[in-house]
Design a protein around this ligand. Structure first.
Ligand SMILES: Cc1cc2nc3c(=O)[nH]c(=O)nc-3n(C[C@H](O)[C@H](O)[C@H](O)COP(=O)(O)OP(=O)(O)OC[C@H]3O[C@@H](n4cnc5c(N)ncnc54)[C@H](O)[C@@H]3O)c2cc1C
Length: 493
């Protein structure tokens, strides 16, 4: 049996291990942490459970596909709820808006709440769907770095429609043209943060992201986001994958221009293929010699990072839902601070995720588990302790004002995650949440490929490589890698 080594048990590493096991490889996953999932993990503090990283779940089909691939019924192992409300929005001036699920409901509610023009909203959502459907098969579901991806009708059609897709303008410009109300523009601008970018810089094609949430829907895994990780690790193990935790890969071993294994705790472990789920920048920097580094690719701007307070709150808030946003007044200024000044604004946009709204056992009765997040720059060695203390004060002032509470007196548990910790716990370069930023029109093409062009048998999956960050794209990267491997090495068994 041919051997595959996967470096890292992030969501893409786990999914890749399942796919390679199905191809007939003997798969071993080496994970530096004592737990799987990387960013997609959980924290327990007393009676409060928190999803540590991702909180928004879209495209559950991509998780279910892995069970189906293994001949198992997804519902026997992984279940989820479809959410009937998408997000509660709040502004400093007292305006609130609860976005329902379903395109028709969304259109009605945007017309009612923002005096939006019905035709403009319908046209926008239709275009968002069209952009998604035209580009996903080309830019998301295949390697962008193999000529074979481009020689087919679908790709040629998608390429031909690029000007219409809005690649030459920014997401914000598209939104500002479509909607009069600045608050509505802000709601649609926020989708740039779904891949850690700025709406003022990310290309207009990214206005396909609303279709995921509004057209296809938002979901919540029963038992919490971490059940995506747990159910897939269990699936992998049922199909022969072995996971070795608390074990850091130290080097990728090469011979005759090919990867032939890894060094782990000073032991050489040989394999026929090596797949790195470690952030691509860190893979080159820590596991390969400098002469192998693709300098231009590695010099790219990273996506934003985050500061998160995990708060056990001894009260319940009926006006909050699973996802809540408290918008900043100066949205443009906030992104400039993040990407240009590399600091945090006084009035940040605050995201509050409360998983106990969907999974009541995550908090004691009449209490809630708050995941309070703001977007931040990456880790450039700023004085984080000072920035965090100041941000905490400002977050509390803003929450108190908007929700009319004294939130500090209700915090019974607190934990914090910051860009330094994201970087050290997952090896994400600068603590980026989603690999490289999509802050220019060529980002999709410049992201690192799922294979190494010079080192044979070395592949990459995860949020730092094609097609990008976020759970759906990470799962897609696993499918692309496994497809590349089966094409490169058809006789694996
Ligand atoms: C706070 C936060 C909020 C987010 N919100 C969302 C959201 O709502 N929805 C969404 O879809 N996405 C969200 N994301 C992004 C999403 O979490 C990531 O894109 C995705 O989980 C990345 O998965 P990955 O496969 O790239 O691996 P990672 O999660 O980056 O894990 C990589 C793994 O490799 C291991 N590793 C690294 N180096 C080595 C080594 N040398 N040897 C062995 N193991 C190694 C690490 O320990 C780690 O476990 C969020 C991320 C964060 C941090």
């Amino acid at each position: 049996m041919q051997k595959a080594i996967v470096i890292g048990a992030g969501i893409a590493g786990i999914a890749t291990s399942i796919r390679l096991a199905r191809q007939g490889y003997e798969v071993k996953v080496y994970e530096a942490n004592s737990y799987p999932g990387g960013k997609l993990t959980t924290l327990q503090h007393g009676d409060y459970r928190f999803d540590a990283g991702p909180s928004l779940f879209t495209l559950p089909k991509l998780v279910e596909d892995l069970f189906l691939l293994c001949g198992e019924k997804p519902k026997d192992h992984f279940t989820y709820q479809i959410k009937d409300s998408i997000c509660n929005y709040f502004w400093n001036d007292g305006k609130t808006y609860q976005m329902p699920a379903g395109v028709d409901n969304i259109v009605d509610s945007l017309v009612d709440n923002f005096d939006a023009n019905r035709t403009s909203v319908e046209r926008y959502l239709k275009r968002s769907k069209l952009k998604y459907e035209k580009t996903a098969p080309v830019f998301i579901e295949r390697s962008l770095h193999k000529i074979s991806s481009f020689i087919n009708k679908e790709t040629i059609m998608a390429m031909a429609s690029i000007p219409k897709l809005g690649i030459n303008t920014s997401m914000h410009k598209i939104n500002a043209k479509a909607f009069r109300n600045p608050k509505l523009v802000q709601i649609f601008d926020r989708f740039a943060t779904y891949n850690g970018s700025s709406p003022y810089q990310t290309p207009g094609i990214m206005s396909m992201i609303p279709h995921l949430e509004m057209g296809i829907g938002t979901y919540f895994p029963n038992g919490g986001m971490v059940n995506i990780t747990n159910s897939l690790v269990a699936l992998a193990e049922r199909h022969g994958v072995s996971f070795v935790y608390g074990t850091k890969v130290q080097r990728i071993i090469k011979a005759n221009g090919a990867a032939i294994g890894v060094d782990v705790e000073n032991e050489k472990l040989l394999a026929d293929i090596v797949v790195s789920n470690m952030d691509v920048f860190s893979t080159y920097k820590h596991l390969l010699p400098e002469k192998d580094w693709p300098l231009k690719t590695l010099a790219q701007e990273q996506s934003s990072s985050a500061l998160i307070f995990y708060w056990g709150i001894s009260k319940s808030f009926p006006n909050l839902s699973l996802h809540n946003i408290l918008f900043a007044d100066d949205y443009k200024g906030e992104f400039e601070k993040i990407f240009k000044s590399k600091t945090i604004v006084e009035d940040p946009t605050i995201y509050i995720n409360i998983s106990s709204k969907a999974n009541p056992s995550d908090a004691p009765r009449d209490s809630e588990n708050w995941f309070v997040m703001i977007n931040t720059p990456g880790n450039f060695g700023q004085d984080w302790d000072a920035l965090i203390a100041e941000a905490r004060r400002n977050i509390i002032i803003k929450i108190n004002k908007i929700l009319k509470v004294d939130i500090e007196s209700l915090i019974v548990i607190e934990d914090v995650l910051d860009p330094r910790l994201i970087e050290s716990r997952t090896q994400s370069h600068r603590g980026a949440l989603y690999g490289t930023a999509s802050n220019n029109k060529l980002s999709a093409f410049l992201r690192h490929a799922n294979f190494n062009k010079k080192i044979k048998n070395l592949y990459f999956c995860g949020g730092s490589v094609h097609p990008g960050g976020g759970i759906p794209l990470c799962l897609q990267s696993a499918a692309i890698v496994s497809d590349l491997i089966s094409r490169d090495r058809p006789l694996a068994k």
